[in-house]
Ligand binder design. Structure first.
Ligand code: ATP
Length: 236
């Protein structure tokens, strides 16, 4: 069966010659929730920026829902890879929340009446439907994070990529976001330093360090291995 995400032998060096990835392999099946863990500078962001075609592989391939990430496919790839950025401000810039949620799918060619349906479903899915007509600037931190998630869901991505989703959230907002994410029937890759959140949300974790995959296993097993965590500067 076609995987949601298939990264094979991915290697990449920045223009200054710094080699950030050395032959990374990563396969995520449809419906899986996987955490991407690793210390600062491990290569997590570099990997994510290959998924939506910002970086071009030096060697190896990336496929999203079977489609290879190439220059020709970049528009469809950006729809398939729904990245929820760490800072909701990157995704909320229109006068109302509903406008923000409509922006992505409209950009990808979705028209009425489908567009309004997508907006409603996405806002319902993240529990902020009653805030549709509010300015994103007037939302709480947790509501903003969920509204940003809705902007991505409305594009119906093949895979959701969450960049540090729990950062700066208070315990209530953190739990509300976890409940929303667990309730979505979506393939997810969650990049995080928050190991308890990874354990709560992702049965499987992939750890990269120094640009190579050093573990791909059940999250609970990885987090139970204190020596492994210390060796890769991961803190519970
Ligand atoms: P963090 O958890 O701190 O966000 P990360 O795992 O996302 O780290 P990356 O940002 O992917 O790590 O960086 C991987 C390596 O590539 C690091 O050594 C970093 O210094 C280097 N790097 C990142 N961006 C550039 C760049 N534009 N030019 C040169 N080297 C870079």
């Amino acid at each position: 069966m076609t995987a949601s995400l298939e990264v094979s032998g991915l290697a990449f060096a920045y223009p200054d010659g710094h080699q950030a990835l050395f032959g990374v392999d990563l396969r995520i099946e449809r419906g899986e929730r996987v955490a991407l863990l690793g210390p600062n500078g491990a290569g997590k962001t570099t990997l994510v920026l290959h998924l939506n075609g910002v970086h071009r592989a030096g060697a190896g391939t990336v496929r999203v829902g079977g489609l290879e990430v190439t220059r020709e496919h970049v528009q469809e790839i950006r729809r398939r890879v729904g990245i929820v950025f760490q800072d909701p401000d990157d995704q909320l810039f229109m006068p109302t929340v509903a406008d923000d949620v409509a922006f992505g799918p409209a950009n990808f060619g979705v028209t009425e009446p489908e567009l309004s349906l997508r907006v409603k479903e996405a806002l319902d899915a993240v529990g902020v439907a009653e805030l549709a007509d509010r300015s994103p600037m007037h939302l709480s931190g947790g509501q903003r994070r969920r509204a940003a998630l809705a902007t991505v869901l409305a594009c119906d991505p093949e895979i959701l990529v969450l960049d540090e989703p729990s950062t700066h959230l208070d315990p209530v907002a953190r739990r509300e976001l976890a409940d929303v994410l667990l309730g979505l029937d979506r393939t997810m890759l969650m990049v995080t330093h928050d190991l308890p959140y990874a354990l709560q949300l992702c049965p499987r974790s992939v750890v990269i360090d120094g640009g190579v995959v050093v573990a791909d296993a059940a999250t609970r097993d990885l987090l139970a291995d204190a020596d492994f965590l210390a060796a890769h500067r991961l803190e519970l």
